[in-house]
Design a protein around this ligand. Structure first.
Ligand SMILES: [Zn+2]
Length: 440
């Protein structure tokens, strides 16, 4: 009403622009507020057989949740249920912090269902988003209350909308950190068809000082929480992985992202691609398949974490015809074992992430099981990684542990996952922000 009078006066054109800007500003601020975010009020006392708090297992503990936060955790005898509160008896179950997936692609589905090229080129964005909403729900119900989603692979900025739909309670899913389109050097990525065709790529091409600064800022402006860069890719003469961006370009990517408060993660499998990314200042290296002891020592020295994605390597080998348990171990898997040995020897911090999307969403525990069964980690190490470890590496100070003041993101599993990690598949309860999405 206040705006209508000046709008009709002499400088009507100019003022109309001003009015429009005000209205637009108002409506955008309105849109930023979650319209239907699930809210919970009141207290819930959870009494499981034991609590893994992100560090250690505590038999006989209970956890009190008030509204969307954890308000107390400790020996059950010391925690009383406030008047009007709800008691959840969870006999035989272990309560854990909500698990954190470190490397997912909600916009992809397994490559043995449809090849990556065909997903990127032939599937409509609507189809991909519709499928992603189901993936998000499966991820949450599998106990993963947070996921770092590392690239839409040709689905533009659809992850930003997915995140918003989850935050507003329109669909259920994990809290998301999104990377949007990811950055690749021109010519290095795919899909590749005829040389006569410039087909849409699975990530954003950017090169040189101007191109890189613009692309990083564009992704940040559209909603990227983290910037993902492909430091190498399979564009060698014989199809082998070779470095893509120069040292100067990678350093510029990290500087540009960091000045806007974003970290950078790098896909890298070659020692040289990894080395450049580490020196540039990325926070995690994804895959690291051919990393050497020397390059892992550099990672350790610079405080860069490795997200090994062993489950994706295993899945791809099987899609290519490997009959696990019968056929000889393929070269790629042997290399993965050698690199993991070197990483562990160098003392590199491991982030937890399976590259889920290459294999089925909701099957995130596959990475945990393989790390224990095939790579010699203990269940406790893997549980640390998937909770407090990832929270620290991803700068998520409000989750990843069970202690007062943190978000009430909790899962309960049957059995003791610190003894048998396969127990993480026996999900009986999922709570996110105090809201129950699954309960016994
Ligand atoms: Zn990936």
């Amino acid at each position: 009403m206040l705006l209508s009078t000046p709008c009709r006066r002499r400088y009507a054109g100019l003022v109309r622009v001003w009015c429009l800007a005000l209205l637009l500003g108002w409506s955008l601020r309105g849109a930023a507020q979650p319209a239907h975010a699930p809210v919970v009020s009141g207290a819930t006392l959870l009494r499981p057989a034991a609590v893994f708090d992100g560090q250690d297992l505590h038999p006989g503990w209970a956890v009190l949740v008030e509204n969307d936060k954890i308000s107390a955790a400790g020996p059950a005898a010391q925690l009383a249920l406030p008047a009007g509160g709800r008691l959840l008896e969870l006999p035989g179950l272990t309560l854990l912090p909500g698990l954190i997936e470190g490397h997912s692609h909600l916009l992809l589905h397994p490559y043995n269902e449809k090849l990556w090229n065909d997903q990127v080129l032939l599937e409509s964005q609507a189809l991909r988003v519709a499928r992603a909403t189901v993936h998000a729900q499966r991820t949450l119900l599998a106990g993963f209350t947070t996921a770092r989603d590392l690239g839409t692979e040709g689905a533009s900025y659809a992850d930003v909308g997915l995140k918003q739909a989850i935050d507003e309670g329109i669909i259920s899913g994990p809290r998301l950190l999104v990377a949007t389109r990811a950055l690749v050097a021109t010519g290095s990525y795919g899909p590749k068809l005829s040389v006569d065709e410039n087909v849409p790529q699975g990530a954003q091409e950017a090169d040189g000082v101007d191109g890189i600064i613009r692309a990083v800022r564009e992704q940040i402006g559209k909603g990227a929480d983290v910037i993902k860069v492909y430091a190498d890719y399979r564009w060698g003469i014989d199809g082998t992985a070779q470095p893509t961006f120069s040292q100067e370009e990678l350093t510029l990517i990290v500087q540009t992202a960091r000045s806007a408060g974003r970290g950078v993660v790098a896909h890298a499998v070659t020692p040289e691609g990894m080395r450049r990314a580490i020196l540039a200042g990325v926070e995690t290296i994804e895959h690291g398949d051919n990393g050497t002891l020397e390059v892992f020592k550099l990672m350790k020295q610079r405080g860069v974490a490795l997200c090994p994605t062993v489950a994706a390597t295993d899945a791809v080998a099987q899609y290519k015809g490997w009959h696990k348990g019968q056929d000889p171990v393929p070269l790629r898997i042997q290399q993965k074992h050698a690199s993991m040995e070197a990483a562990l020897k160098a003392g590199v911090t491991l982030a937890f992430g399976g590259d889920v999307g290459v294999f089925a969403h909701g099957d995130n525990a596959r990475e945990m099981e393989q790390l224990v069964r095939d790579y010699g980690l203990t269940p406790l190490q893997v549980l640390h990684q998937a909770t407090s470890g990832n929270a620290r590496i991803f700068h998520l100070a409000d989750r990843g542990s069970i202690r007062p003041g943190l978000l009430a993101d909790l899962v309960a599993v049957a059995g003791d996952p610190t003894q048998d990690v396969a127990a993480v598949r026996q999900i009986r309860l999922v709570m996110k922000g105090g809201v129950l999405y699954r309960q016994p």
